[in-house]
Ligand binder design. Structure first.
Ligand code: BTN
Length: 321
């Protein structure tokens, strides 16, 4: 019911009277007031003026009701926001494997106590500041094409931040969202696959949104950033998530209808890696050269000084120029 009253308030241009709400839902004025108080307790700012009624002034920065209300989608069926979890990816994998949540579910947490990064690293996930999100889909892709999900998520993440926060985010291979070579987001895709089909994919994304410079852990302070640090103002996590889900859905539909090429092209267009001299460490071995392109599977093609080309499947890159 709270969600429906919220719908009504959100749809109204100005005040909407308590009587109108009560008639609309067939509940008493006292029940309307109780619902308004419940929404206020969740952080919604709702002005109440005698003889005028109620007016929604603002929504909390991260709110399940608000997200559900904004997402009208064929792909996304449910969004669950948690106060604190160990890792949204771990939770998503566990719940989806037990069929307690369906593909099309999105898990978001205000805080993670055991956030995971790539290559076994930790993803710092303090409360109240950033986005920690896992998208659960049944992608109907062959296992060899799994990397396309990370390519797709990187494009969607970059476009979402460019459009909702007006910042020049680009993609650093393989999956970092960066501004001026400082990382503000990362992607961790985990799948459960049969021999010829990806049965389940969990695409996890962490985005540093309102964390300030002092909030960044000492060891990453020189290589990390946040939307707030880049723009000087706080941003609504709701709006970034809404944009991210829209961009993801659009990219996913392109992948289904037109294949990989348009997405690989969008990755190239938004990449800060291609054309740069880089050093890559893959499985403990260091390779240097020009990051020439990515191939059809999202692997990096490195052109070395000898002219030989090396396909890099995983690792970290550092820019040399
Ligand atoms: C990276 O190392 O760049 C990937 C970071 C991915 C972090 C996100 S936060 C939401 C999801 N849950 C996790 O435990 N990790 C991913």
């Amino acid at each position: 019911m709270s969600k429906t009253i919220l719908d009504l308030l959100k749809g109204a241009d100005a005040f909407i009277s308590g009587q109108d709400i009560s008639t609309h839902f067939g509940i008493s004025r006292a029940a309307v007031w109780k619902k308004i108080l419940a929404l206020r307790n969740k952080g919604y700012v709702i002005e109440a003026v005698p003889s005028k009624g109620y007016c929604l002034k603002s929504a909390p920065d991260l709110a399940q009701d608000y997200l559900l209300m904004q997402i009208k989608s064929d792909l996304w069926k449910d969004i669950i926001v948690y106060d604190s979890v160990e890792s949204t990816n771990d939770l998503a994998l566990s719940l989806a494997t037990k069929r307690e949540i369906a593909p099309g579910t999105v898990l978001v947490a205000d805080q993670q106590t055991r956030g995971k990064g790539r290559l076994g690293r930790t993803w710092e996930s303090p409360a109240g500041l950033n986005i920690y999100i896992s998208l659960i889909i049944r992608p109907e892709l062959e296992p060899k094409d799994t990397t396309m999900l990370t390519v797709l998520a990187a494009v969607a993440g970059a476009l979402a931040l460019q459009r909702s926060c007006s910042i020049p985010v680009s993609i650093k291979w393989p999956n970092d969202l960066v501004i001026s070579n400082k990382k503000l987001g990362g992607i961790l895709t985990e799948v459960r696959a049969d021999p010829d089909l990806v049965a389940l994919a969990v695409i996890g994304m962490g985005i540093n949104v309102n964390m300030d410079y002092r909030g960044l852990p000492d060891i990453v302070r020189h290589i990390a950033t946040s939307v707030r640090i880049e723009t000087g103002i706080n941003h609504s996590r709701n709006e970034i998530i809404i944009q991210l889900l829209k961009e993801f859905e659009q990219c996913y539909s392109i992948l289904k209808k037109e294949g990989k090429k348009p997405l690989l092209d969008a990755w190239r267009k938004n990449s800060s890696t291609l054309g740069r001299k880089v050093n890559v460490i893959m499985h403990g071995v260091s390779w240097s050269g020009i990051a020439e392109d990515i191939d059809d599977n999202g692997m990096l093609i490195l052109k070395m000084r000898s002219g030989r080309r090396k396909t890099i499947s995983s690792g970290d890159i550092a820019f040399l120029s």
